[in-house]
Design a protein around this ligand. Structure first.
Ligand code: ZN
Length: 539
């Protein structure tokens, strides 16, 4: 269809229906038709959704090393006519996929990285790794980009046919567990033309909220100390131990913790503890996450960390340096976009769970010793409301926060996991390549597609979203990034782990040309639950 013809049709639709805002591109009936068509389109792609969910699950890659994942997802997008650019912000596994042209620009993002030591057979309701010690999708990040891709394809077909103006942009949250990419994407202008960002994150229900969110923001910093080697027994007085500095910094922080606010969370791992005991450690490093609920308090913790490290260096006569590896701003989501999305959530509703799905969920909740075995969600909740700072007792972070302070943003939660899990654990991988995840992704993709259609056809929504962003959200509070122009992205992270496990993991990559599902490929009966006669030891 020629553009002129399309415009005539749009004009005809405008003339027929009333009342209609002067700016609206299509009338309510036409938009309703588009949404129904998108829902049908998503349902028809349920097989593709399952293949993508299972494939990304089988790659199980950690942050900054999402090589197979990014190769696979961009290949899918290219097949459906999206244009890809790669290597954003100097991050090899980052990319952007676009379709269409002009305004509005609607971005769809989701995280793609896994969790260390969370290798797990899907559909099995107890700890049973595919490869002992290997990484896996112990958060469920394998499901978000497949959801966005299905939604985008469904909308693209309508845009193409009816020549709807606008651009769809898909992008991956690289290394979300390290909060190591989104602030860099923002800094480098990746979203500069974007009108609204629709983020998705795996959850246990369909939900969205607006305003200041609960949880924390954080700065992730690695402190490195440099001393001098010496024979640890022959001449220890001639050495200066960098490991001593790491230990002193850590013990200093543990004492100080008593005098920190209740809302803070801080935790560390020692990334280098020296080489061997008979050589005084010349180099040692400790990696901290400093979390608080607002920017000024995160900054305070960060400055305290630097002071603590300086003290440790003084005590040990070593040299100290530090670098930022990641950062996440506290999140604030857009009211207008959240309200629009919530209407679509109500229309779509939750998936129909089978007895097998509920049996798996309840068996896992029992396995983990949960007081209640409530199974899977069967009722959607209310629209999420703002969390005042004084009620925020802390919790997790997500670098979508940095994006949420630069443009109207929301996060769609979708029911692709089992409620009541500890998170960052093998148990979060159990549902992630089963019908629970497959159906949760299909439901989420419908909501996502319908919301994109709302934003593409109702310019007043974009205007309203920016009005909230400019005149409410950022009226008195501005974004102050923790990284500077020259903070490099920490692309080295997780390299050694993937080098250790990748060849073993490759044998378990999902082959959809040979097996209907990944459960079939692994020979897993769905669901596999512990039986009284099961001799599998409790782990
Ligand atoms: Zn996550």
């Amino acid at each position: 269809m020629k553009r002129a013809v399309a415009l005539v049709m749009v004009a005809a639709a405008l003339a027929l229906a009333a009342p209609l805002s002067a700016q609206q591109l299509v009338d309510a009936a036409r938009l309703d038709g588009y949404k129904k068509e998108a829902v049908k389109g998503v349902d028809e792609m349920a097989k593709l959704a399952q293949e993508m969910v299972d494939s990304v699950f089988s790659f199980g890659e950690l942050g900054m090393q999402e090589v197979e994942t990014s190769r696979y997802l961009t290949a899918q997008l290219e097949k459906f006519g999206f244009k890809i650019t790669r290597g954003q912000s100097g991050i090899p596994t980052a990319w952007v996929a676009t379709y269409g042209s002009g305004k509005p620009v609607i971005a769809l993002g989701s995280d793609i990285d896994g969790i260390p030591q969370s290798s797990q057979k899907p559909g099995v309701a107890y700890h049973d790794p595919i490869i002992e010690g290997a990484p896996g999708h112990g958060e469920g990040h394998n499901t978000g980009m497949p959801l966005n891709i299905i939604a985008a394809i469904a909308v693209k077909r309508i845009m193409e046919r009816d020549k709807l103006p606008g651009t769809l942009m898909l992008w991956p949250g690289v290394a979300e567990e390290l909060v190591a990419s989104k602030a860099w994407f923002v800094r480098d202008g990746m979203f500069k033309d974007v009108d609204v960002n629709l983020f998705t994150h795996v959850g246990q229900n369909l939900n969205v909220g607006w305003g200041q969110q609960g949880g924390t923001g954080l700065v992730s910093m690695e402190f490195t100390f440099e001393g001098e080697t010496a024979h640890s027994a022959g001449a220890p007085w001639r050495g200066r131990s960098a490991l001593d500095a790491v230990e002193l910094m850590s013990i200093g922080w543990q004492y100080r913790r008593e005098h920190l606010r209740l809302s803070q969370r801080s935790h560390s791992v020692i990334t280098n503890g020296g080489d061997q005991p008979n050589v005084v450690p010349r180099n040692a490093s400790i990696w901290w996450y400093f979390r608080e609920i607002d920017q000024p308090h995160i900054k305070e913790l960060m400055e305290l960390g630097i002071k603590m490290a300086e003290g440790a260096a003084l005590m040990t006569n070593t040299k100290m340096s530090y670098r930022i590896l990641g950062t996440a701003y506290p999140r604030h989501f857009n009211k207008v976009v959240a309200e629009t999305m919530y209407e679509n959530i109500k229309t779509v509703g939750l998936p129909t769970w089978t007895d097998a799905d509920q049996t798996l969920a309840k068996a896992l909740q029992k396995e983990l010793g949960n007081a209640r075995q409530e199974g899977l969600a069967v009722k959607i909740g209310n629209l999420g409301q703002p969390q005042p700072l004084e009620n925020n007792t802390g919790g997790g972070s997500d670098d979508i926060g940095d994006i949420s302070w630069n443009m109207p943003t929301v996060t769609l939660g979708y029911p692709a996991n089992i409620p009541g899990l500890p998170g960052h654990n093998w148990s979060s991988g159990i549902a992630s390549a089963t019908p629970i995840a497959h159906k949760g992704v299909v439901a989420g993709a419908k909501v996502q597609a319908m919301t994109v259609l709302d934003l593409l056809t109702k310019p007043e929504l974009i205007k309203g979203a920016w009005d909230y962003f400019n005149n409410v959200q950022t009226k008195d509070e501005k974004y102050i990034p923790f990284i500077t122009r020259d903070t490099p992205p920490a692309t080295h992270l997780n390299k050694a782990i993937l080098e250790k496990y990748r060849e073993q993991m490759r044998k378990f990559y999902y082959d959809p040309t040979k097996y209907p599902t990944y459960l079939d490929q692994l020979g897993i009966k769905y669901p596999t639950v512990r039986t009284p006669s099961s001799d599998k030891p409790q782990q």
